[in-house]
Design a protein around this ligand. Structure first.
Ligand code: HPA
Length: 264
């Protein structure tokens, strides 16, 4: 048993969780909705992400949502923080060890497509690993050759689309392209991403999806659109703006995610 798992079981007991959720920039509202919540700072969990980025939490929450026991990772470590694409490996392994069979990922992203306006959500149907880094580099077993077809589970995407319609939330599907950051993209890079077929860009998620599929977790992921990509609108892109705009997406995710968890 890993050290982190041991610590969590001592604090929260050994009842398994059904799913784990990772919160993106400015999306902490989702964690606040958790019932019977226990909070464990990452600092107490060996191998969990370190210092962090403003707008991201650094706690593991265990509680109930949609009638199920779940864990919420209130913040992630991004590749751009230390150049480690596998920074979330221990945290995600621990979620699998706690019994999670599904990982729900959220992030903030810049849109490349008029269908996804700031304040709206984009359901991720697939991704392009443009950063080119892979969290499984150095993994010794043949399990490293992960099949990535349908890595964003088609049945969960269909469920989410149905629920969004009932909840009156616009939810189109798109392709997320991972740029490493931390600088935002140039106008030319945004034009290239559009030509490659992406509909949104962001600095996270893709390595976590690879890790999750490696661990056998089913994946669902959704972007909260905070801005149009560089050069596509007159607004100035900044981390402050991302955090401010994420509130609108967070409100929508706070309705959609619990409904989805209920149906897992
Ligand atoms: N680019 C990359 N990541 C982002 C953006 C963006 O425009 N907006 C929010 N996260």
């Amino acid at each position: 048993m890993s050290k982190a798992l041991n610590t969590i079981r001592k604090i929260a007991g050994s009842e398994p969780i059904a799913a784990a959720i990772v919160l993106g920039s400015g999306l902490s509202a989702l964690g606040e909705a958790l019932g019977d919540k226990l909070t464990i700072p990452y600092g107490e969990l060996k191998g969990f992400p370190g210092a962090g980025v403003s707008g991201h939490g650094r706690d593991l929450l265990i509680g109930t949502m949609g009638g199920k026991r779940i864990a919420v990772l209130t913040g992630r470590e991004h590749y751009y923080e230390r150049g480690n694409a596998a920074a979330m490996r221990t945290a995600l392994e621990t979620m699998a060890e706690l019994g999670a069979s599904t990982l729900l990922l959220t992030n903030s992203a810049g849109s490349l497509d008029e269908r996804f306006r700031p304040g709206e959500l984009m359901l991720i149907a697939d991704h392009i690993n443009y950063a080119g880094m892979n969290p499984l580099i150095g993994e010794k077993t043949d399990r490293r050759f992960v099949n990535m077809v349908d890595c964003y589970a088609p049945d969960l995407r269909a469920k989410a689309r149905g629920l969004a319609e009932k909840l009156d939330i616009r939810l189109n599907e798109g392709i997320y392209l991972w740029y490493s950051g931390p600088s935002f993209e140039t106008v030319a890079e945004i034009q290239m991403a559009i030509r490659l077929g992406a509909t949104a860009v962001g600095m996270s998620t893709a390595p976590e999806v690879i890790l999750a599929r490696f661990l056998g977790l089913k994946v669902w992921a959704c972007s909260s659109i905070t801005n149009m990509g560089a050069g596509l609108s007159s607004e100035t892109i900044s981390h402050e703006h991302t955090k401010t705009m994420a509130v609108q997406g967070a409100e929508k995710l706070s309705k959609l995610v619990p409904a989805l968890v209920e149906e897992l």
